[in-house]
Write a protein that binds this ligand. Structure first.
Ligand SMILES: Cc1cc2nc3c(=O)[nH]c(=O)nc-3n(C[C@H](O)[C@H](O)[C@H](O)COP(=O)(O)OP(=O)(O)OC[C@H]3O[C@@H](n4cnc5c(N)ncnc54)[C@H](O)[C@@H]3O)c2cc1C
Length: 498
């Protein structure tokens, strides 16, 4: 049986930054191996299907591929707001303590990799006297520099899927399947780092603890996501420049501002945020939306011409879930697409005073929102995700929209208050799977310590958004990167001390 000092499972951002932390603290590359279930391109959809109840999980929400989900992510980043650090138990400050260590790491990553450092502030909006908290989201051009990716690739074993692990005589024995040859084999390591993405980190722990005495009761609990959907509509009396809330280009990067309740109100509410989507003559048109969807993926000459200037359906993460407003609109009418075409060719941004409101929800982490595995005796087990939007989410949603309505009415704009019955029905997966192996002070309330080490399993670590005890509504990769770098350095320093 082969043996290595550090085995890192997965090659997405969590793994990349852990490796960077390890190497920068003096660990030799030869002492690390990365095992990756995928190859250079993504595995077929059929191999990624997940069972879920209540809210959907998209098959496209994970990439099984070298580089992980960062191959398709939208590169939108922002920082977790202090209001989004929620404690599960009184007196358990582990998550807060970790969060307080992040600002210098955020700024280090920002300098090196161009992650945006964002300040949040209360602002009176749209000329009203009503204050909201405004957070900027900005894209980055890349995650790791090429030279580092090459270095990492040289230590990655592709198509090696970790099925489960056991601790035997103080070492971790990892049980793999080679997805090409279907051969199963094992491998030993001193330090194990699971960096397999939100859901797979949970699956591996559940499969590894299945049937053991020390089964972790909290694994899979406190799962959250960032459901998103359109609800609400505003019509201004006159043209208003609201481009900051739609999406704009600044120094070659795409950005937008999200609107939340004020910091005071966020103490007792979840941090949902909204942004605006302009309504053009073609906005709800089935044919045009298919055309734009196709163009956003096509690298053809014509798409490059079309992507020149106008920001239309951009800034949306890949979302194929059918939206309610498209219902009944599937008849073919070429007028909207023709208008769209003319507008694109003219390269002028059309003006409108009507906007849909796009909502991004923070979910409350609860014991009931959880991930389990099926009872069948096959490995790897199938994952089942069961979670739903609860009273706190709905209450915060009402409060935010009531405030938006007050704000718009105070300036004479017309606000179409959203209907709430349909929140669950129309919520789409944001591919931000958080929680399930959360940080905390003991195995009674959590899975890993503030150092991301499993309680009771020394030298076994989990990194990624699955460790977030609360996820706010912000895109997670920047924080994942910061946690990875911190973990890598912790491991490197601990080795040199010991
Ligand atoms: C369409 C889309 C858009 C997104 N947009 C944004 C965005 O704009 N901003 C943002 O911050 N986040 C975004 N995200 C989320 C972001 O991509 C993820 O949060 C991030 O990639 C997670 O990093 P990770 O390294 O933890 O996991 P992943 O990137 O999922 O990497 C996990 C790796 O582990 C491998 N793996 C899994 N299981 C095993 C196993 N058993 N054995 C071996 N290897 C395994 C996988 O193949 C993969 O390479 C988006 C996600 C999607 C799907």
């Amino acid at each position: 049986m082969d043996k290595i000092q550090y085995a890192v499972i997965g090659s997405g951002p969590a793994s990349q930054f852990t490796l960077e932390g390890l190497l920068s603290s003096g660990v030799q590359l030869d002492n690390v191996i990365i095992f990756e279930a995928g190859g250079k391109s993504d595995l077929p959809k059929s191999s990624k299907r997940i069972n879920f109840t209540n809210l959907p999980i998209k098959t496209e929400s994970r990439n099984i591929q070298f580089g992980g989900t960062s191959n398709t992510w939208s590169k939108l980043c922002s920082v977790l707001d202090e209001n989004e650090i929620r404690l599960l138990d009184k007196g358990d400050n582990s998550w807060k303590d970790v969060y307080e260590q992040l600002p210098p790491i955020y700024s280090e990553l920002s300098k090196k990799y161009d992650f945006p450092i964002i300040s949040l502030e209360n602002q009176n909006l749209f000329g009203s006297e009503i204050a909201f908290r405004v957070r900027k989201f900005e894209t980055i051009s890349r995650t790791l520099k090429n030279e580092q990716i090459r270095r990492m690739f040289s230590r990655t074993k592709l198509f090696h899927k970790l099925l489960f692990f056991k601790k035997i005589d103080g070492e971790y024995v990892l049980y793999f399947q080679n997805l090409i040859t279907k051969e199963e084999y094992n491998f030993s390591c001193e330090n194990l780092v699971l960096a397999c993405g939100g859901l797979e980190n949970i699956r591996i722990l559940l499969d590894s603890f299945k049937g053991t005495e020390r089964s972790y009761k909290v694994v899979g609990k406190y799962f959250t996501n960032h459901p998103k959907f359109r609800a609400g509509k505003v019509s201004f009396n006159n043209y208003q420049d609201v481009s900051q809330f739609i999406g704009f280009m600044e120094k070659g990067k795409s950005s937008y501002h999200g609107i939340s309740l004020s910091s005071e109100e966020l103490k007792s509410h979840l941090n949902h945020y909204v942004r605006l989507e302009p309504i053009y003559p073609w906005t709800d048109d089935f044919l045009t939306s298919k055309f734009i969807y196709y163009m956003s993926f096509s690298k053809s000459f014509i798409s490059r011409i079309f992507s020149r200037k106008i920001f239309l359906l951009s800034m949306n993460e890949v979302e194929k879930t059918k939206e309610p407003f498209n219902e009944g609109n599937e008849r073919i009418n070429i007028t909207p697409i023709f208008k769209y075409f003319l507008c694109r060719m003219g390269l002028t941004k059309p003006r409108t005073s009507n906007y849909y409101v796009r909502n991004y929800l923070e979910m409350q982490a609860t014991w009931e929102n959880n991930v389990t595995i099926n009872k069948a005796n096959k490995l790897p087990s199938d994952i089942i995700v069961d979670y739903k939007i609860g009273d706190k989410e709905i209450n915060s949603f009402y409060t935010l929209h009531t405030k938006l309505e007050d704000c718009f009415n105070s300036i004479g704009a017309k606000y179409e208050f959203p209907s709430f019955d349909s929140i669950e029905q129309f919520s789409a997966d944001a591919s931000h799977h958080c929680g399930g192996t959360i940080i905390g002070s003991s195995s009674k309330n959590s899975v890993v310590s503030a150092n991301l080490e499993l309680h009771d399993y020394k030298n076994c670590f989990v990194v990624g958004s699955s460790v977030f005890p609360s996820s706010g509504s912000v895109n997670p990769t920047f924080t994942i990167a910061a946690l990875g770098l911190r973990l890598g350095r912790f491991l490197g320093t601990r080795k040199s001390v010991s």
